[in-house]
Design a protein around this ligand. Structure first.
Ligand code: ATR
Length: 276
């Protein structure tokens, strides 16, 4: 029988996860299919129990369900997803267990380009869901994470929650950005600034960047955001956002199946779907 995987969310029709996972499933010759399911916040509990009862191979969660999953008494989150406060991957093999692979996705995308970030100074723009996953993950591998968020208080709260599990994390306001960037090794944009349709926006401009810096933007629509174009012009190395999406999916796939899927095939499927 064909095994079923999927992504639950609302809205979910524009998710790139089905094309990406189905490309991996085809490449591996598996008898399986990955679908998108529209599931509301109120319906998440029933949907997960139903998926478990029907023998689904696993599901991803997207907006607005990642945080909601932690409110369900029957779901067992691992330590990382509990710390982040969001679950993006659910596995049904041994109970109903929650994981968060967004941070691993970002870490692999970045380390592909620049090697280990242990001991590196990483300026992280943002303190929302994506930034939380990145802050916890990067701190867990020994990076020095410097959070800069428009709402300073939100950045401080994130720094405190990562510090409480032993990470080297501090929070700052936008006024400190220039100084922080001068001595940084990596800049990560984990805000939505620069995303289609407001493609002309950027928090950091080229004059604040230096050639030794690696600049990673998690926005993948467009692939080359204004931040990355300015970084390139300033001589910095750039990392585009699609590989975070690919690697978070690949890690979810590995949790469900024990098999590391072909990331090059998944990347091609994502780029084709984006028309790149
Ligand atoms: P996500 O889950 O995608 O990370 P989110 O939780 O809404 O989304 O977080 C969005 C992040 O982008 C936040 O860090 C937000 O800053 P605030 O905490 O100050 O709201 C940041 N952000 C969004 N629009 C921004 C803008 N125009 N300028 C600066 N930061 C912005």
């Amino acid at each position: 029988m064909e095994e079923v995987f999927g992504v639950f969310g609302d809205p979910v029709e524009h998710s790139l996860s089905p094309v990406m996972h189905n490309a991996a499933i085809s490449a591996l010759g598996m008898k399986a299919r990955y679908h998108a399911f529209r599931v509301s916040r109120e319906g998440l509990g029933d949907a997960l129990l139903g998926a478990c009862a029907m023998g689904f191979g696993g599901v991803n969660l997207t907006i607005p369900l990642k945080e909601r999953a932690l409110e369900l008494g029957f779901l067992e989150p691992d330590a990382l997803s509990r710390g982040i406060g969001a679950v993006n991957t659910v596995d049904f093999k041994d109970g109903i267990r929650g994981f968060n692979t967004d941070g691993v996705g970002a870490l692999r995308a970045l380390e592909d380009a620049c090697g280990s970030i242990r001991g590196k100074r990483v300026v992280l723009l943002g303190a929302g869901g994506a930034a939380r996953a990145i802050a916890f993950q990067f701190a867990s591998v020994g990076a020095r994470v410097l959070i800069v968020n428009r709402t300073e208080e939100r950045g401080r709260r994130l720094a405190e929650s990562v510090s409480s599990v032993g990470g080297a994390v501090e929070a700052f306001g936008f006024a400190s950005l220039g100084e922080l960037l001068d001595s940084a090794h990596v800049l990560v944009n984990a805000t939505s600034v620069g995303m289609h349709p407001l493609v002309n926006r950027t928090i950091v401009t080229g004059d604040m960047l230096h050639p030794g810096l690696v600049v990673f933007d998690i926005v993948y629509n467009p692939l080359k955001t204004r931040l990355l174009l300015e970084a390139e012009a300033a001589g910095a190395r750039i990392v585009t956002g699609e590989m975070m999406l690919v690697y978070q999916g690949a890690e979810a796939f590995r949790i469900w199946t024990g098999v590391m899927p072909p990331v090059d095939v998944m990347k091609r499927a994502v780029l084709d779907a984006l028309g790149v």
